[in-house]
Design a protein around this ligand. Structure first.
Ligand SMILES: NC(=O)c1ccc[n+]([C@@H]2O[C@H](COP(=O)([O-])OP(=O)(O)OC[C@H]3O[C@@H](n4cnc5c(N)ncnc54)[C@H](OP(=O)(O)O)[C@@H]3O)[C@@H](O)[C@H]2O)c1
Length: 245
C-alpha cells in the first residue's frame, strides 16, 4: 500500500505508521515539524517501510499547504492508495470556555481545516481511481457531553462530514474510514485520569489497520467503546444533565 500520514509523529498516528511500515508499505509523512518528521521517517525506515519515507510540510493551520503536500506525496510514491489523518489537538472544556482564541483554533484545526484537508485528499484519491481516506474523529462527537462540549462539537461535525463522503463516493471507489477512539493513552491525554477501558495506541493501530484493509466505514477503538457509546446515545437528556460523563 502507498500511504500518506498526517499526524504520525506521535500517539496513535505513530503507532499506525509503524505497523504499516512493518508490513512493508511505502510511506510519506506529512506534518508541521521538520525535525520530528525526519526522526519519525528514520524510525519507519528501520522498521521496514518500502522506499525512502519522504516528508512534506503540512500544517492544519495553513490551508495553502494541503493540496501541495498531498500532491508531493502522490508524486514521491508514484501513486497513492490511502491517506490517514490522525492530526488534531485537544483542550479541556474549562480551557476552551476561558480562552475564546484557543476554542476558535481548536474548531479550525479539528473541524473546518481537517475537512478542507480531506477535500484535497478526496480529489487525489478519486483521481487515482480508488483509495482509502481514514480519519480520526472521536466518541466525543456522539453526544453533547459536559466535559467535551466544544471539542466534541468539532468531532461531531467531522464525523457527519465523513459519513456524507462515504455515502456519496463509495460507489466511485473512495473508501472513507471514520475512527472513533475512546480514551487512549497518548501525549494528547497525558495528565488526564484514564477512565475504565482506556486503550493503548498499538492496540488501536492494529484495529484501524485491519479496518483500512477491509474498508470498514466506522471503527470504535478500543472495541468496548462501541457498546459504551450505544448506552450513552440512548440516555435521556434529563440523565445527561445530571451525570459528569
Ligand atoms: N488520545 C485520545 O484519547 C483520543 C480520543 C479520541 C479521539 N482522539 C483523536 O485521535 C487523533 C490522534 O490523537 P492522539 O492522541 O494520537 O494525539 P497526539 O499524540 O497528540 O498526536 C497528534 C498529532 O497531530 C499532529 N498535529 C497537531 N496539530 C497539528 C497541525 N496544526 N498540523 C499538523 N499536524 C498537527 C501532531 O504533530 P506535532 O508533533 O507537530 O504536534 C501529532 O503528530 C486526534 O484527532 C484526536 O483528536 C484521541
Amino acid at each position: 500500500m502507498k500511504v500518506a500520514f498526517l499526524g504520525a509523529t506521535k500517539g496513535m498516528g505513530r503507532a499506525l505508521a509503524r505497523l504499516s511500515a512493518e508490513r512493508g508499505d511505502a510511506i510519506c509523512l506529512l506534518g508541521r515539524n521538520d525535525v520530528d518528521l525526519e526522526r519519525s521517517a528514520a524510525d519507519l525506515r528501520v522498521r521496514g517501510a518500502t522506499g525512502p519515507v519522504r516528508c512534506f510540510a503540512c500544517d492544519l493551520e495553513q490551508t495553502e499547504t494541503f493540496a501541495a503536500a498531498i500532491s508531493a506525496a502522490r508524486e514521491a510514491l508514484t501513486g497513492l492508495d490511502a491517506v490517514v489523518v490522525t492530526a488534531g489537538i485537544f483542550a479541556t472544556q474549562e480551557e476552551l470556555e476561558t480562552d475564546p482564541a484557543l476554542a476558535e483554533r481548536l474548531l479550525r484545526i479539528n473541524f473546518s481545516h481537517t475537512v478542507m484537508f480531506c477535500e484535497a485528499a478526496r480529489k487525489v484519491l478519486l483521481d487515482e481511481g480508488e483509495g482509502t481516506l481514514c480519519v480520526f474523529s472521536s466518541v466525543a462527537g456522539e453526544r453533547g457531553r459536559k466535559p467535551v462540549i466544544i471539542y466534541g462539537a468539532a468531532k461531531a461535525g467531522l464525523t457527519r462530514y465523513l459519513e456524507g463522503l462515504d455515502h456519496k463516493y463509495r460507489a466511485d471507489g473512495l473508501r472513507v474510514i471514520t475512527v472513533k477512539p475512546g480514551f487512549v493513552k497518548t501525549s494528547m491525554t497525558a495528565g488526564l485520569p484514564p477512565p475504565p477501558f482506556a486503550g493503548e495506541p498499538d492496540a488501536v493501530a492494529a484495529r484501524v489497520l485491519s479496518a483500512i484493509d477491509r474498508g470498514t466505514p466506522v471503527v470504535y477503538a478500543p472495541a468496548p467503546w462501541r457498546y459504551i457509546m450505544a448506552i450513552i446515545r440512548a440516555l435521556p437528556r434529563a440523565i445527561m444533565r445530571r451525570i459528569e460523563f
